[in-house]
Design a binder for this molecule. Structure first.
Ligand code: ADP
Ligand code: MG
Length: 370
């Protein structure tokens, strides 16, 4: 049988067809666009995070995929089928919401088996599948309880079990753990990741929390104001944010205004980033010259004795942060930057030191002259 998700391209080679594909999808409420011209592909079996600030259109996107909201424009395909004419209940998609939305008058087992019962699945099969799901989400022994006898974490386990017992080909999770405390959230993330890895169900996890997105997903789709701003692996988004807005949302750290120009002696790459005309940070060849912003994470920087071409700063604060010290330095043109240094480093406010910028950790963005 043809495996879902595979197709031959023009030359007959097998390529992976996206399991889910959104093209030019848009939705407005009145005058206000919630989602604008959204393109998004999910590979079969992938685990992606849809990340973005509150109000950027994440839930609207999920609701359109699930068929709860009708797009104004664009096309949504699931496994090669246009979903426009497929009603919600016939889409092999399960959704888990922030609130578990369990039936209060049904037991845990009945809540989990509810969808199968609606489908007319035979009783013994329902019992088997519910028992199996309860094991997988670590609810064994709690089948007879009512939802009000469960903790918040257990309720979300029921919601997960109820979603997965239907064998969806796509699992959508809309900020499912944002009401749980931090320790429980982390435990639930591990559970969702394990469930994905054991079932292989294509999963999209919606969150506004960048730390959660990069921890759970293999791929992060960053949405800002209704459109995709960036789409890459968590590592690459952190190390090489494609836009300044991406860097800012991920909290990539230091942002320094300066200028890219040719280095006087033409050594190295021939292009340097200068701050207040003094420092000379080598940048990749081909970087456009002119007013620019350099973005670099505090853990990528190091303190060093001041060399003639280094960035020199005056230390204005040193703060203990558990695993490291956060040193705040001020450049000659009054820009602050943070450097993480090992605990025990001898460094004091008022000192002048050099800061080393590893060229491969710097990302440069052009900026319009002030
Ligand atoms: P997110 O899930 O990223 O927080 P939403 O998709 O819920 O964002 O909302 C995107 C935008 O659309 C917001 O400005 C929100 O106020 C608006 N919106 C969402 N749902 C509705 C609705 N049913 N009626 C009117 N406006 C809505
Ligand atoms: Mg939402």
């Amino acid at each position: 049988a043809a495996r879902a998700g595979l197709r031959a391209d023009g030359d007959g080679a097998l390529m992976t067809r996206p399991l889910l594909s959104l093209t030019g999808v848009a939705k407005s409420y009145g005058e206000a666009a919630a989602v604008e011209d959204l393109d998004l592909d999910l590979e079969p079996g992938s685990f992606s995070a849809l990340l973005g600030p509150s109000g950027c259109g994440k839930s609207t996107t999920l609701q359109m995929i699930a068929g709860l909201v009708v797009p104004d424009a664009g096309r949504i395909e699931l496994d090669g089928t246009d979903l426009a004419a497929v009603p919600t209940e016939h889409r092999p998609i399960s959704l888990v919401f922030q609130k578990p939305l369990l039936f209060p008058h049904l037991s845990v087992a009945q809540n989990i088996g509810f969808g199968l019962r609606m489908r007319g699945t035979a009783r013994p099969e329902i019992d088997d599948r519910v028992a199996d799901m309860m094991q997988r989400v670590q609810l064994h022994g709690l089948g007879a309880r009512r939802p009000q006898q469960l903790s918040g974490g257990q309720e979300q386990r029921v919601a997960l079990a109820r979603a997965l017992v239907l064998d969806p080909i796509l699992l959508l999770l809309d900020e499912p753990f944002s009401q749980l405390d931090a320790a429980l959230r982390s435990e639930m993330r591990t559970l969702v990741r394990d469930l994905h890895d054991s079932t292989g169900v294509t999963t999209m996890f919606v969150t506004h929390d960048q730390a959660e997105a990069v921890e759970i997903a293999d791929r992060v789709v960053l949405m800002l104001a209704g459109a995709v701003e960036a789409d890459d692996s968590p590592e690459r988004l952190y190390q090489r944010p494609p836009t300044l807005a991406t860097a800012r949302f991920l909290g990539t750290g230091n942002e320094l205004r300066g200028c890219v120009c040719g280095s006087e002696d033409g050594a190295g790459t021939g292009r340097v980033f200068t701050i207040a005309g003094t420092a000379h940070i080598e940048v990749t060849p081909g970087t456009s010259t002119g007013p620019s912003v350099l973005v670099i994470r505090p853990e990528a920087l190091a303190l060093a004795p001041i060399g003639p071409r280094d960035v020199s700063v005056t230390i204005v604060a040193v703060r203990f942060a558990g695993s490291h010290l956060v040193v705040t330095g001020r450049t000659e043109d009054d820009q602050d930057l943070e450097v993480h240094v090992p605990v025990g480093t001898r460094v004091d406010a008022g000192e002048r030191v050099g800061v080393r910028f590893p060229p491969d950790r710097c990302t440069i963005f052009g900026r319009t002259p002030a």
